[in-house]
Design a protein around this ligand. Structure first.
Ligand code: SAH
Length: 226
């Protein structure tokens, strides 16, 4: 089916072939253990090839991470689906994303009906992604150029926080900006690589941490890069 989700201007650039490639990708994600139908729906609908440079249509629908410039990557579709599933997002949740990158993860969260606040520390990526997602017709996403270690105190508290870069530790500010009963999904470095963690804020002073396996992300870096 042609994609009725995206803005008019981009309809021409999304066709039956892309839809077919997306369907195959969702089937692969089901085999890998993704079961949330809404998330599978997002992946079957969102034109991931438009988040990459034009030459990479085929690669866009392989289950692989991909270079997006400034030494950064668009996360692998499985990783996006897995993190999103762990995040347990509900409609109208306020969600903070650290690491806008290509905007693909933000668009998946937007598709689920959440209100997204996304931060990117690389100015060039921020400047490129914001207009692209606006043109694609994604609503409910606000873009910020800044350092994700600091979160967005002016917009806190958040129901959910997702970090899409590998962090050396759990940033204190992000816990502060999370609601009680809120969830933070974040890959954390340890001696054996990056481990996906889900942190539940039990009270203003307590958190509980769950482990969810090995992943590979670009590093979460301090400060902004103009
Ligand atoms: N969610 C992105 C994944 C991009 S890779 C997507 O769907 O494409 C991770 C991104 O995190 C990179 O763009 C990197 O520049 C950014 N990043 C790393 N450290 C950061 C920080 N402290 N604050 C904000 N963004 C950061």
């Amino acid at each position: 089916m042609p994609n009725s989700f995206i803005g008019l201007q981009y309809k021409m650039e999304d066709n039956y072939r892309h839809a077919g490639l997306r369907k195959k990708l969702t089937e692969l994600l089901v085999q890998k253990g993704i079961s949330n139908q809404e998330i599978l729906g997002a992946i079957a609908t969102i034109p991931r090839h438009l988040f990459l440079d034009k030459a990479f249509v085929e690669a866009a629908y392989e289950d692989k991470a991909f270079q997006i410039g400034e030494g950064q990557t668009i996360s692998q579709p499985y990783t996006v689906a897995f993190q999103t599933q762990l995040l347990n997002v509900e409609r109208n949740h306020k969600v903070l994303e650290v690491g806008t990158g290509s905007g693909y993860q933000a668009s998946v969260l937007s598709y689920l009906g959440a209100r997204i606040f996304t931060i990117e520390r690389q100015k060039k990526l921020h400047d490129k992604t914001k207009p692209l997602l606006n043109k694609l017709g994604f609503k409910n996403i606000k873009f910020f150029f800044g350092d994700g270690y600091l979160g967005l105190p002016a917009y806190a508290p958040f129901d959910r926080i997702i970090v899409t870069a590998g962090a050396p530790y759990i940033p204190e500010e992000l816990i502060k900006q999370l609601k009680v009963d809120g969830l933070l999904v974040i890959p954390i470095d340890d001696q054996n690589g990056q481990k996906m963690k889900r942190i539940i804020k039990i009270s203003d002073t307590e958190i509980k941490t769950e482990d969810h396996g090995d992943f590979a992300f670009v590093p979460m870096l301090q400060g902004k890069n103009w």
